[in-house]
Write a protein that binds this ligand. Structure first.
Ligand code: ATP
Ligand code: MG
Length: 433
C-alpha cells in the first residue's frame, strides 16, 4: 500500500543522490491514481544494473538480461529496471535484445497502454507523455502508439488489454479495439502458459463476466495456439435487467470468491463435461491437481444431470445419487458445486431435480458423517480379517458400500456398527467369489 510507495520513493531518492534519474512507474502509478491497493512497486532508472547493485546492500539479479534487478529492503521487493527499449518480437525474427535508452520518455514509449505508461519522480510530479491521466479519467484502455503495431509486436498485450478493461470497468478505446481485432491471429505466438495466466487473472478479477464478454465478442481465443472453448456463454443474458447488467454480473461473480469455482462455473455455463474441463485446464497449463479440482466440480454436475431422475422421484433417491457424487468427486468439489449452483440458477435448473433441490443437497452434505473412505471408522484390513477371505477388489467395493450407508445416515460411523453391517451384507449375498 501507501507505505510501499513511500519505501519505493526513498529508494528512488538513493538513486538520485548518486546522480541517476529514478521514477516509480507503470502499474503502481496507475493503481495509486485509481485508489486501488498497490501491489508491486516498479522503478525505472537511468542507472545501469551494476550501478544499482553497488548502491544497495541486498540486490538479486532477477533479470539482468532485461536490465532488471530486485532490491530487497525490509523484506519488501522492488524491481529496478534501467530505462530501456523493447526489441523482443514474438515472431522471433530478431534476436531478443535489450537496448538501454537515455531517457524516461523512451522507456515509457515501450509500455503497452497509456494508463501503464506514467511515472512519478521524487518531486511527486506525474510524468505522462501519452495522456494516461486523461484516459484514466475517461475510463479508456488505449495503446501507446499505433495499436496494430503494438499488438503485432507482442500479442499478449491483447489479453492484458481485455484484463485491464474488465478489472477497472474501462472500455477499450476504438482504435485499440479495432487494432486488436486486426491482429487477433497473432495470439498463436503466445505461449499457452501465458494465455492461461492472463485468463486466470481475469477470472480471479473484479468482473470475469465482462472479460468473457470481451473475449466472446473479439473471438480472440479462437486464435490461441491450442484450441480453447470458442462457444463462451453469453453471461450478459444472465441478468434480468439490461440496464443493471454490469452491476448484477459483478455481484454474481463476487459470490464466488474462489477462482477454481469461477472456472468451474465458466465451464459449466459453456456446456463442458468433466473430460473437456480437464482438457482445457491442461491446455491452459494449469497444474494437474488444479485441473482435477476444477473438473471435479463439473463432474458432480454431470453425475446429477446424467441421473435421469423422473419428475416426482422422491428425495431418498436424489439423496442417494447426491451422496454417490459427493463420494466420487469429494466434499470440497460438492461444496464448490453448490456455490456455483446458487450463483448461477441455470446450472441446477439443468439438472431437472425440481425446485429447491440445492438447499436440500446442502443440508444432506452438512449432515454427512463421512464422505471419504479414510473417514470411515473401519479399515480394509479389518474387513479382510473379519471375513477371513483373501484381500481383493471386494474390499474396496465393500468399503464404498459402507461409506454410502454412512453418508446417508443409514449406519452410524462406528467400528462395531460398520462391521455388523458388512457381515449382514455378506450373509445376504452368499456365496461370494
Ligand atoms: P498488474 O501487475 O496489476 O497485472 P501491471 O501493469 O503492473 O499490472 P506488470 O506485468 O506488473 O503489469 O508490468 C509492469 C509494467 O510493465 C506495466 O505497467 C507496463 O508498463 C509494462 N508492461 C508489462 N507487460 C508489458 C507488455 N507485454 N508490453 C508492454 N509493456 C508491458
Ligand atoms: Mg505489476
Amino acid at each position: 500500500g501507501e507505505s510501499s510507495w513511500q519505501a519505493g520513493m526513498s529508494l528512488a531518492a538513493v538513486l538520485e543522490a548518486a546522480g541517476h534519474e529514478a521514477y516509480l512507474v507503470g502499474g503502481c502509478v496507475r493503481d495509486r491514481l485509481l485508489g486501488r491497493e498497490i501491489r508491486d512497486i516498479d522503478i525505472a532508472t537511468s542507472a545501469l544494473p551494476e550501478q544499482v547493485m553497488e548502491l544497495f546492500p541486498k540486490v538479486v539479479p532477477t533479470g539482468l538480461k532485461h536490465g532488471t534487478v530486485t532490491v530487497v529492503r525490509d523484506g519488501e521487493h522492488f524491481e529496478v529496471t534501467t530505462f530501456r527499449h523493447e526489441s523482443a518480437y514474438s515472431d522471433a525474427r530478431h534476436p531478443d535484445e535489450v537496448v538501454f535508452v537515455r531517457d524516461l520518455r523512451e522507456d515509457l514509449a515501450r509500455r503497452d497502454f497509456t494508463i501503464n505508461a506514467m511515472a512519478v519522480g521524487t518531486s511527486g510530479k506525474t510524468v505522462d507523455p501519452f495522456g494516461g491521466l486523461d484516459d484514466l479519467r475517461r475510463g479508456l484502455v488505449r495503446c501507446v502508439g499505433e495499436a496494430e503495431e503494438r499488438f503485432g509486436e507482442d500479442a499478449l498485450r491483447m489479453l492484458r488489454g481485455i484484463r485491464f478493461a474488465a478489472e477497472f470497468g474501462f472500455a477499450l478505446e476504438e482504435a485499440t479495439w479495432s487494432g486488436l481485432l486486426a491482429r487477433r491471429e497473432k495470439l498463436r505466438h503466445v505461449a499457452m502458459e501465458r494465455v492461461g495466466s492472463e485468463l486466470d487473472k481475469m477470472m480471479a478479477g473484479r468482473d470475469p463476466g465482462e472479460a468473457v464478454r470481451l473475449l466472446r465478442t473479439s473471438n480472440l481465443l479462437a486464435f490461441a495456439k491450442e484450441p480453447l472453448p470458442t462457444e463462451l456463454p453469453d453471461l450478459a443474458g444472465l441478468a434480468s435487467d439490461g440496464s443493471e447488467r454490469d452491476e448484477e454480473s459483478r455481484t454474481v461473480w463476487s459470490r464466488l470468491p474462489n477462482p477454481d469455482a469461477r472456472w468451474a462455473a465458466l465451464w459449466l455455463l459453456s456446456g463442458a463435461d468433466r473430460a473437456l474441463a480437464l482438457e482445457w485446464a491442461r491446455r491452459l497449463k494449469f497444474s494437474i491437481r488444479r485441473g482435477e479440482a476444477i473438473a471435479a466440480v463439473v463432474g458432480v454436475h454431470g453425475r446429477l444431470a446424467g441421473s435421469a431422475v423422473e419428475p416426482g422421484t422422491d428425495d431418498s433417491e436424489k439423496r442417494r445419487i447426491w451422496a454417490e457424487a459427493v463420494i466420487r468427486f469429494g466434499a470440497e468439489a460438492a461444496r464448490m458445486y453448490l456455490d456455483v449452483a446458487k450463483a448461477f440458477p441455470s446450472v441446477p435448473d439443468s439438472v431437472r431435480w425440481g425446485e429447491g433441490w440445492v438447499r436440500k443437497a446442502e443440508d444432506w452434505l452438512d449432515r454427512m458423517p463421512a464422505s471419504a473412505i479414510r473417514e470411515l471408522a473401519v479399515r480394509g484390513d479389518e474387513l479382510v480379517a473379519l471375513r477371513g477371505l483373501k484381500a481383493g477388489p471386494w474390499v474396496a467395493e465393500e468399503l464404498n458400500r459402507l461409506l454410502t450407508l454412512v453418508a446417508l445416515e443409514a449406519v452410524p460411523n462406528e467400528a462395531h456398527a460398520l462391521k455388523s453391517a458388512a457381515a449382514e451384507g455378506w450373509a445376504a449375498k452368499k456365496p461370494d467369489p
